[in-house]
Design a protein. Structure first.
Length: 266
């Protein structure tokens, strides 16, 4: 989904009707933050880069909060602009629903991970118990993925294609909604993971998780997040083969989840 910042030509075009004669510094700040956020979408989807995107998105929303307090933005609440106001409000409510789904998915995945970790760390745990816990984990992940995929399919923004040349603030808010959708799509895709497209065996994937600095293979997939890697490894491996590496198997995975969850809860 392509999102372009409000360029200076557009600002000049709108300025005669909505924005003040001299562009407010917050407008320039908004455009700069929007450009940086769009650029970050081209980077990898690691937990670190995704966390940075969420921080950038929060900064962007903070800038808009200040913009909405300025006199020229108050026209949005006037009666003749009620349709635009309602449309933007509906978009915000949809995004809040997406936030709730993402939070629930993170919590469920973390809970399943911790239960599997406990089994892996118990030295006297039976192979049958381990197999049962792995199966339980994969079933939980399947439910999470199904819910997230449903949300992702429904996240196509229903932005009205009609241009409102009288209210530049509407265009600005629609840009905000669109880039928010992009970041949320990245977040949900990260949590959902996908089947790892790799020629390597499941054991090689596990080994990379347990010893990430020791194993390097040229041409090996490097952009897949650790949630993807763990899901793929558990699906492709005989569960008994992973028992020797059990104690450290999920350390990288937990780090990924906790880092993203920290920004979600914040």
């Amino acid at each position: 989904m392509a999102v372009s910042p409000i360029n200076q030509t557009s600002l000049h075009h709108f300025r005669s009707n909505s924005f003040p004669t001299r562009a407010h510094p917050l407008i320039s700040e908004f455009n700069n933050q929007l450009s940086r956020l769009r650029y970050s979408e081209a980077t990898s989807s690691s937990s670190t880069s995704l966390s940075q995107k969420l921080i950038g998105l929060q900064d962007l929303h903070d800038s808009v909060d200040y913009l909405l307090l300025l006199p020229f933005a108050q026209s949005l609440s006037q009666e003749q602009n009620q349709n635009w106001f309602n449309e933007l409000l509906d978009g915000s409510l949809r995004l809040l629903d997406v936030c709730g789904v993402a939070r629930d998915a993170l919590l469920q995945t973390k809970e399943s991970t911790h239960e599997l970790q406990s089994t892996l760390r118990r030295r006297h745990g039976s192979k049958m118990e381990l197999a049962k816990e792995v199966e339980k984990y994969l079933a939980s992940r399947k439910v999470v993925k199904k819910a997230l995929q449903k949300v992702l399919k429904g996240m196509q923004t229903k932005l009205n294609s009609k241009k409102n040349e009288d209210l530049a603030i509407v265009s600005l808010l629609k840009e905000l909604e669109a880039v928010t959708v992009l970041v949320f799509e990245s977040l949900l895709t990260f949590i959902a993971g996908s089947k790892l497209q790799s020629k390597s065996s499941g054991w090689f994937v596990v080994s990379k998780l347990v010893h990430p600095k020791r194993i390097v293979c040229e041409g090996e997939e490097t952009n897949a997040n650790d949630i993807e890697k763990v899901d793929a490894a558990l699906q492709s491996l005989n569960v008994f083969a992973i028992q020797p590496a059990g104690s450290n198997f999920y350390s990288a995975y937990n780090t990924e989840l906790l880092e993203i969850a920290g920004h979600e809860s914040g």
